[in-house]
Design a protein around this ligand. Sequence first.
Ligand code: NDP
Length: 263
Amino acid sequence: MELGLRDKVAVITGGSSGIGLAVAQGLAAEGAHLVLAARVGDRLEEAARGIREAHGVRVVPVPCDVATADGTATLIEAAEESFGGADILVNNAGAGSNETILEAPDEKWQAYWDLHVMAAVRLARGLVPGMRRRGGGVILHNASICAVQPLWYEPIYNVTKAALMMFSKTLSTEVIDHNIRVNCVNPGLVLTPDWVKTAKQLTADSGGDWQGHLDEVAREHAPIKRFATPEEVADFMVFLCSERAGYSVGSTYFVDGGMLKTV
Ligand code: NDP
């Protein structure tokens, strides 16, 4: 299937690891040029180098913290300077949390709000004008199944991802007149390095069967009884970025192996 992504420019937050890296690789394989954001410069440079070598596209790594106004300003400026703006924005950077509502301080709520919501708000404000100049664009939000089906141990994650999902819907109606399509993806369990790290920590004192632990998590939550690979989520997101998904606007799509318990 020809996706029509050759020579498009995509800004991807959290492009150095997990789902964001897989989306970056998927878009690059289709011939798109990339602006990648993450905080840790070395890992980001390495990801950019690997993608350049594999796909021969231009990749601009931008070390920045997208949870801050300075960080998003740096990213927007880099896209403007390198490519004259962007055609695609993938708001993917995010992190799980672990707390109780009764104990978590205001600062923690604020930090996740800044990372999951304000980054998307600021990047939309900064990049939509360029998309309009270029004749249109695509914005994708990577929220989570937890936006609608919460996990008890991460209330701040659940709440801020639900807000991101609503932001996505609201933004979609505001910008569709400019030929900019906005959608949201809610993945279920995706086997990224963080899951492996946590599983190793949790099983360290009981024999170290971290794979067994992950199998149990998958069996408990997902009818498909396994985690997704980052590529399985990325392929779906790459399709949504393409003109083949031209009538998809303002929706939230679940990629969750059946984990969502409602219709
Ligand atoms: P990873 O931890 O593998 O990758 C996260 C990426 O985001 C890294 O590149 C990280 O780089 C970057 N990042 C984190 N915070 C910031 C920040 N403040 N500024 C810039 N970059 C940042 O995560 P996943 O691939 O697992 O998750 C990606 C998204 O998918 C997240 O939003 C997550 O909530 C969502 N998701 C994940 C699921 C899963 O099971 N894995 C399920 C559902 C949703 P660095 O640390 O260098 O900044």
